[in-house]
Design a protein around this ligand. Structure first.
Ligand code: NAD
Ligand code: GLY
Length: 373
C-alpha cells in the first residue's frame, strides 16, 4: 500500500492519502481511525451508477466499524453539480440530524467529490469529509487538495470553498469498471501533471500508458506518484494565491486548461469529456511553447506521443480558431481580461505568461497544428 501525506503548513493541517487495490472493504476502520469514537453517523454521498457498483461494500464496511450510514444519491452528471443539488444535499444532512462530530463521505468521481465536499464545507459551518474517488481523474487530481465547488449558469466551479478532506482512500480496483472514455480523460490529466511535475513523473506515466497489460502494482505506484506531486503543490499554495506565478504555484495545474475550457464552452459541453479537451490543450500549450522558442522540438514530440497513448479523442479540427481565441479571453482564470497561459520551458518545468505576450499569428498557428492532430 502507498501512503501519501498532504501537509497544509499554513493551517497546521495534515491528512493521508492511501492507495491500493481493495481498500474499500477497510473504509470503516480507516474512517474510524480519523474521525474518532465521537462520530456516530456518516452521510455517504454518491450517484446511482457508482452506488450500484460499490455502495454495498462501502456501507457494510462502515457499519462494521459501528457507524450509522445514511445515503444520499445525487443525479448523474456534471449538469447536476449545481446549487440546487447542494441545497438538496444540505436538506438531507439536516433531515438526518447529522451532527458536527459526524462526517460526509464522497463515493464517486470528481462531480460527486466536489458537491459532497462543498456540502461538508458549509453544513454546520464545516464538518469532516472523506474522499473515496472512483475515477482516474478524481484519484490523481480532484480528490486531493480541498477544492470543492458547484457550477452556476455563468460557468463551471464558480461557487465553492476550500475544505480539505480528513482522508483520501483510493481503491484502484474501482478503475476496472470505469468506461474507456473516462480512463482516456483521466490519463490526459495524468500526462498534464507529468508534464508540469517532473521528467520522472512524466516518464513513469508514459511507461504505464505504453503497456498493454499493466500490473496493479504499477498502477498504484503511478497514482501515488501523482498524488505526491499534487500534494507538494497544494502544500506550498493551498489557496492558489493570485499573486503567485512561479513554476510551483497551484496555477500551473491549469496547464492545458486555457484551451480546454474554450473547446468545452464552444461545443456546449457536449463533445468532449473535460480530460479529452485537456489532451488538446496540452498540445496547444506545447506548440506555443515551441513556437516561442521555449520548448525544444523533441520535447514537444514526447508530449504528442504521450497524449496519443491516452486514447482516442473526439475530433477538434473542424472548430473555428477565432471563436476559440475569443473564448480563451473569457476564461475564469483570466486577470483583467487577459488569459494566463501555462507553458513549458521543458518537460517538468512550467512557466506562466500573459496571453498578450503571445503573438496572434503564433497562437493561431499553434491551435491549428494541435487541433488537427
Ligand atoms: P464524473 O464524476 O462525472 O465521473 C465520470 C463518470 O464515471 C460518471 O458517469 C460516473 O458516474 C462514472 N463513474 C465514476 N466512477 C466509476 C467507476 N468506478 N466505474 C464506473 N463508472 C464510474 O467525472 P470526473 O472526471 O471524475 O470528474 C470531473 C469533475 O471533477 C468536474 O466537475 C471537475 O470540475 C471536477 N474536478 C475537480 C477538481 C478539484 O480539485 N476539486 C480537479 C479536477 C476536476
Ligand atoms: N485541479 C486544479 C487544482 O486542484 O488546483
Amino acid at each position: 500500500m502507498h501512503h501519501v501525506q498532504v501537509r497544509i503548513p499554513a493551517r497546521k493541517q495534515s491528512y493521508q492519502i492511501k492507495v491500493a487495490g481493495g481498500l474499500l472493504a477497510g473504509l470503516g476502520d480507516d474512517s474510524r481511525a480519523v474521525l474518532g469514537q465521537a462520530a456516530r453517523r456518516v452521510a455517504l454521498i454518491s450517484n446511482p451508477t457508482v452506488f450500484n457498483l460499490y455502495g454495498e461494500t462501502a456501507t457494510a464496511a462502515l457499519r462494521s466499524a459501528g457507524f450509522q450510514v445514511v445515503n444520499w444519491l445525487m443525479k448523474e452528471g456534471e449538469q447536476h453539480k449545481t446549487l440546487s443539488s447542494l441545497s438538496h444535499a444540505l436538506a438531507f444532512l439536516s433531515d438526518q440530524s447529522v451532527e458536527r462530530s459526524d462526517a460526509v463521505i464522497a463515493l464517486g468521481g470528481g462531480v460527486v467529490g466536489d458537491l459532497a465536499g462543498f456540502a461538508a464545507a458549509v453544513y454546520l459551518r464545516g464538518i469532516s469529509f472523506i474522499q473515496v474517488p472512483t475515477t482516474l481523474l478524481a484519484q490523481i487530481d480532484a480528490s486531493v487538495g480541498g477544492k470543492t465547488a458547484v457550477n452556476t449558469p455563468a460557468g463551471k466551479n464558480l461557487v465553492g470553498a476550500f475544505h480539505q478532506p480528513r482522508l483520501v482512500l483510493i481503491d484502484t480496483e474501482t478503475l476496472r469498471t470505469l468506461p474507456r472514455r473516462e480512463l482516456t480523460a483521466g490519463w490526459c490529466e495524468a500526462v498534464k501533471q507529468g508534464a508540469i511535475g517532473s521528467r520522472a513523473l512524466f516518464d513513469q506515466t508514459v511507461r504505464l500508458l505504453g503497456k498493454t497489460q499493466a500490473s496493479q502494482t504499477e498502477v498504484c505506484a503511478t497514482i501515488a506518484a501523482h498524488c505526491r506531486f499534487k500534494a507538494s503543490i497544494v502544500a506550498g499554495d493551498e489557496r492558489e494565491a493570485i499573486d503567485r506565478e512561479d513554476h510551483r504555484s497551484r496555477r500551473i495545474l491549469n496547464f492545458g486548461h486555457t484551451t480546454a475550457h474554450a473547446l468545452e464552452k464552444i461545443t456546449g459541453f457536449r463533445r468532449f469529456r473535460h480530460g479529452e479537451a485537456v489532451g488538446y490543450g496540452i498540445l496547444v500549450a506545447g506548440e506555443i511553447s515551441k513556437n516561442l522558442g521555449m520548448l525544444p522540438a523533441d520535447e514537444l514530440e514526447s508530449l504528442r506521443a504521450a497524449v496519443a497513448l491516452c486514447g482516442p479523442r473526439p475530433p477538434a479540427g473542424d472548430l473555428n480558431i477565432a471563436e476559440i481565441i475569443n473564448s480563451t479571453k473569457g476564461d475564469k482564470k483570466s486577470v483583467g481580461g487577459i488569459a494566463k497561459w501555462v507553458l513549458l520551458e521543458r518537460i517538468g518545468r512550467a512557466r506562466i505568461i500573459d496571453g498578450n505576450q503571445i503573438d496572434k499569428g503564433v497562437l493561431r498557428q499553434s491551435l491549428r497544428a494541435a487541433l488537427q492532430s
